[in-house]
Design a protein around this ligand. Structure first.
Ligand SMILES: [Zn+2]
Length: 74
C-alpha cells in the first residue's frame, strides 16, 4: 500500500466540548487529588488505538481536573 492511500484515513482528534460542573446522579465519586473535594467522577470512555486497554477519563466537577485511568473491560 502506498503512502497516499493512508492519507485518506481521517484523523480522529478527540475533542472535549465541555466539562461537567455537577456530579451526575448515580455516579460513584472519589476524592479529587488536586482540590480534595469528593467530586471526582468517571466520565468519558475511549479506546486508545496504541493500547489494548480502555481509557476512562475522570473529571472533578469542583476544579475541572481530568485524569485518565485504565478501565477494566467486562
Ligand atoms: Zn478537584
Amino acid at each position: 500500500m502506498t503512502g497516499a492511500a493512508w492519507s485518506i484515513i481521517p484523523r480522529m482528534k478527540p475533542k472535549i466540548p465541555w466539562l461537567p460542573h455537577e456530579v451526575q446522579p448515580g455516579q460513584p465519586t472519589e476524592t479529587c487529588p488536586r482540590c480534595g473535594a469528593k467530586k471526582l467522577m468517571p466520565w468519558t470512555l475511549r479506546r486508545d488505538p496504541q493500547r489494548v486497554t480502555l481509557l476512562r477519563t475522570w473529571v472533578c466537577t469542583a476544579c475541572q481536573t481530568t485524569e485518565e485511568r485504565d478501565e477494566a473491560e467486562g
